[in-house]
Design a protein around this ligand. Sequence first.
Ligand code: ZN
Ligand code: ZN
Length: 624
Amino acid sequence: MSELIFLEPIFKKTVWGGDKLKRVYGFDTPGGTGECWLVSAHPAGDCFVASGKYAGMKLSRLRREHGELFGGEGDFPLLIKLIDAKSDLSVQVHPDDGYALAHENSRGKTECWYVLDAEEGAELVLGHNAADREELIKMAGEGRWEELLRRTPVKKGDFFQLEPGTIHALCGGVTVLETQQSSDITYRLYDYGRLENGRPRQLHLEKGLEVVNCPYVPPEDEREVAADGDCRREILVTCEFYTVEKITVDGSAALEWPSYAALAVICGGGTADGNPVRAGSAFIVPDGHGKTRLEGRLTLIAARPAELYLGVDLGGTNIAAGLVDEKGRILRRASVPTLAHRPIGEIVDGMASLCRSVAGASYAAVKAVGVGCPGTVDHRSGTVRYSNNIPMKDVPMAEMLEERLGRPVALENDANAAALGEWTVSGGNSLVLITLGTGVGGGAVLDGRLYRGFNGAGFEPGHMLADPDGPACTCGNRGCWESLASATALVRQTAEAMETDGGSLMHEWVKNNGLDGRTAFACAALGDAAAIKVRDGYIRHVGRGLASLLNLLQPEVIAVGGGISNEGESFIAPLRDFVYALDFNKYCKKTLIRAARLRDGAGIVGAAVSAKNKYGEKRRENYD
Ligand SMILES: [Zn+2]
Ligand SMILES: [Zn+2]
């Protein structure tokens, strides 16, 4: 087993610093020490290893020369410090990676604060009151800072995630543990008119105001607690750069992380793998260390680099890709045209460069890539067996993309991936997603597991037989559900009704808006009899297929996606009533029927989640 890597702190004297680092944490520091960098490989303060076989080595060098301790090559992306503010810090803002790389040749800065101590009545500056950038620039220009800045009361134990572009300042009487990207790019906006050595400190108003997010939207509290014996673990935040948790031990606990992690003891004391620790101790648990034994009565903040995934939704018209975090949230997304009839190698080239540009500076943190692809897919070998709308036969898609990206790639059918994505935001035992588009697509997660059929061609609800005398289907059969219930079928039904009824309002509507899936719904809402007939008939077509699926599977959720679901409850409510009336189950809990939540993001999220299930650290045991 590897050893824990203890670090020597680095102290920074500041004009606003107090004496708590000495008084509370027992560090031998002069008064006015504002910052103590506990874990840092930044050139402005590179911590030395305090003991053990790497004693005396700087953290940046350890990172460079011993990649095995950190799970591979790369830089050390985190900086953890104690900050003791005796008086107010200047009001500032940090740029994101994109802006900082373009303007400062540096990483941007996302940071978070865990409040260790706050005096009675203490506050933070967090966000602003301007409605838009124009108002922000005007108020700043007129020096109306007190009106512009938002102040938040603060107490011990509070936690704040500060996304780039958030105006913020620590105020006097507050001590925090800050976890941040390893960067020191700061734009100072306002310094309360104070002087330092008889002169005001330099401001960076122009760049600062350019990067401020407008309007200010307070972040959601996403703290999540898990108690386990003598230990309580609370995830404080997960973002593009780090996952930070608070750990409270009273007794003994053996804890593990999916990668290397940096830990700082913030109160109490005890031992870590037998080494004495106390408030102010900081150490790194190397990658692959296994369990770390913590004993005593102590509270720690643990930070580890984020685990990111890329999800690619390969469609006949567009390739969409998104950078997705551990919780399945899309952080950034972009798309390019597929140009489906070029050689497949070129399409895969296009997917690869889209992936790299979406991930940007966070590419190093991408663990794996997932692709949702039309057609019949062998998810085990990562091969597209057959696809019609992007011509493919036995294409080793996963291998081709792996070669270009240097990351493992998971492959799923696109509709199945979308169901997995929708299930990720929904949770529960089972979910069926139906997408009403050119055809009727769908996927199912049953008993917590994506259903694919034995050959990968499984779950194609569009080709369930609905009416043996119905219209011809693209698959060669007659009367498939999609020939009656797809958006294409709705448009056809609308056109037929217009032909029979020359006086329908729909003629006028189509002249102004064109004929599409909305025509019948819009004119039905205006009371047009022919449109009402089309709408109600279409709802019955969709509803009969859903009722069959409901009676067959009794899933916890049926989610309805595709453009028509944008009609909202005017479509979903009558559909739900129709389906419930056909539900054989009158006695057990009922299936929830609702519009899909992720809309066009479901494919990206699902592809990323399939990559996480196949290759993530917390690999799902039932992935096969
Ligand atoms: Zn800051
Ligand atoms: Zn068919």
